[in-house]
Ligand binder design. Structure first.
Ligand SMILES: CC(C)(COP(=O)(O)OP(=O)(O)OC[C@H]1O[C@@H](n2cnc3c(N)ncnc32)[C@H](O)[C@@H]1OP(=O)(O)O)[C@@H](O)C(=O)NCCC(=O)NCCS
Length: 168
């Protein structure tokens, strides 16, 4: 893949999902929750958005913005005092857009019990210094799992763009 930059042709080196994969742990405080101690969905969404931005920027090495967040499944409650552990990795990359899969677990710090609480897909788009979308490195697919995730991501992206068109 080639991009024109100041009259020079730059070749974008493919990068594996492993290179930008990110884990993040944050502790939940009373200000993150309702009076019963349930952490707000909005707080979890914020952390999902933050980690997706980290992964995207690690891959693109330029500014990235969130274009869409797919349906988020809040599978189990998260409580004040829990550690929220987020794992995120790239599944699909097109020209400037990148799909990131996020899995969120809550850890009870007293017992050490961990539970999957949320899953989400975020699409980030890479922007150049002029604010216009720019091409990013293609995804290097080394394992069968990488290839499967990529093709599932491609299907989700087709669906997403159809829905975007309907809403415009
Ligand atoms: C996301 C954004 C940059 C897309 O810009 P645009 O001019 O509409 O761009 P295009 O239609 O040319 O699409 C550019 C890329 O974004 C992708 N895209 C655009 N909207 C999308 C959506 N809703 N979901 C997934 N991908 C989307 C396109 O498929 C395309 O990908 P590709 O380059 O890999 O083929 C623009 O809509 C924007 O700036 N939105 C606001 C972002 C923001 O403020 N986020 C919150 C703060 S981080």
């Amino acid at each position: 893949m080639r991009v024109c930059f100041d009259d020079k042709i730059m070749v974008l080196k493919p990068k594996s999902p492993e290179e930008s994969k990110t884990e993040m742990t944050v502790r939940m405080f009373p200000s993150d929750a309702n009076p019963a101690g349930n952490v707000f969905g909005g707080e979890i969404l914020k952390q999902i958005d933050l980690i997706a931005g980290l992964v995207a920027q690690r891959h693109a090495r330029t500014n990235t913005v969130t274009a869409s967040i797919d349906r988020v499944n809040f599978l189990k409650p998260v409580y004040v005092g829990n550690a929220l552990i987020l794992n995120a990795q790239l599944t699909y990359v097109h020209r400037s857009s990148m799909e990131i899969e996020i899995r969120v677990e809550a850890e009870d710090l007293m017992s050490g019990t961990r539970m999957l609480t949320d899953t989400a897909y975020v699409t980030a788009v890479a922007l150049g210094s002029d604010g216009k979308t720019v091409e990013v490195s293609p995804l290097l697919l080394q394992t069968e799992d990488d290839k499967k995730r990529f093709s599932e991501g491609e299907q989700r992206m087709i669906q997403r763009l159809k829905e975007r068109k309907k809403n415009q």
